[in-house]
Design a protein around this ligand. Structure first.
Ligand SMILES: [Zn+2]
Length: 303
């Protein structure tokens, strides 16, 4: 068995059909982890959907009502950039439940891997950029409420700025948000994270890793978390359709090794979630996500 659990539910499929967001990637990634022999069925655990009261720890009741009753406006759906269906909403509720479960498992064993989650563009009262509710923010609030953690750090390595997460935790001293992203990309408005690392178009492996290492080191001088959420986005990849950075497979693995290795060396539990990934060839997105799990395994077995 793996030295950590994988969290997954078949209901994660957002059923978007032909869409730049490869919503079946969760299912495909699970299949790949099994097919390659990396994982076995017993390595996976399935979450329950998040309770509405937990969603309300982060989101405005009006937004939750709209999602649950299907009363989104045309403007709401345009901003969300995905079609509305009850099944899609259920998938977001499951993903948030999955991130809560991943966080709890990380606290128990030091690391856990969510084959889902990372919907960092969701704000308190609206969703955008394929994100309806902010699973990581909900998990932070639920674990704080349960008394499992006091302080959380979010290390967001998706190519896009974590605008929803930054806004939700603005001025919140118990949560440190770090976002490393391409500056000239969506979202055009970037609410301040605790630490934002803006990267130029075309930034490659070496520069990326240097900036990330400096940022993470600086973050730890300012803040000592009880738990880290790692958004291991696959979209800083050089062939990503929605990203303009130039990381290679090796660069992304080095990124994963640095983030997960830093947490493990500091004995800080770390919960990894997928976030974005829109490679021209979807197999590349799956490779990048699978590599994160493989890097975690090698770090944990070595540590
Ligand atoms: Zn992204």
């Amino acid at each position: 068995m793996l030295p950590f659990r994988l969290v997954y539910h078949p209901g994660y499929d957002l059923n978007l059909g032909e869409h730049v967001f490869p919503a079946r990637k969760y299912h495909w990634l699970r299949d790949r982890l099994l097919r390659t022999g990396f994982a076995a069925e017993e390595d996976f655990v399935a979450p329950q959907p998040v309770a509405d009261e937990d969603v309300l720890l982060v989101h405005d009741p009006g937004w939750v009502e709209k999602l649950k009753n299907g009363t989104l406006s045309y403007q709401d759906i345009l901003r969300l950039e995905i079609p509305y269906s009850r099944q899609t909403v259920d998938a977001f509720w499951l993903a948030a439940g999955g991130t809560i479960l991943t966080a709890r498992l990380a606290l128990e064993t030091g690391f856990a891997f969510h084959v889902g989650g990372g919907f960092h563009h969701a704000f308190a009262a609206h969703g955008e950029g394929f994100c309806a509710i902010n699973d990581v923010a909900i998990a932070v609030r639920r674990l704080q409420k349960d008394g499992f953690i006091r302080r959380a750090m979010v290390i967001d390595c998706d190519v896009h700025h974590g605008n929803g997460t930054a806004a939700l935790f603005s001025g919140e001293r118990s949560v440190f948000t770090l976002s490393i992203h391409q500056f000239n990309n969506y979202p055009s408005e970037k609410p301040l994270s605790s630490l934002d690392i803006h990267l130029a178009d075309g930034t490659g492996d070496e520069e990326y890793l240097k900036r990330l290492e400096n940022g993470v080191k600086a973050a730890f001088t300012m803040f000592q978390p009880d738990l880290i959420f790692y958004l291991a986005g696959a979209d800083p990849f050089y062939e990503d359709q929605l990203g303009g950075l130039a990381l290679t497979f090796q660069g992304l693995k080095d990124r994963d090794r640095f983030v997960i290795g830093t947490a493990v060396a500091g004995k800080i539990p770390i919960a990894s979630v997928l976030a974005g990934g829109y490679a021209l060839n979807v197999e590349d997105t799956l490779t990048i996500h699978a590599n994160t799990a493989a890097v975690a395994k090698s770090v944990l077995l070595a540590g």
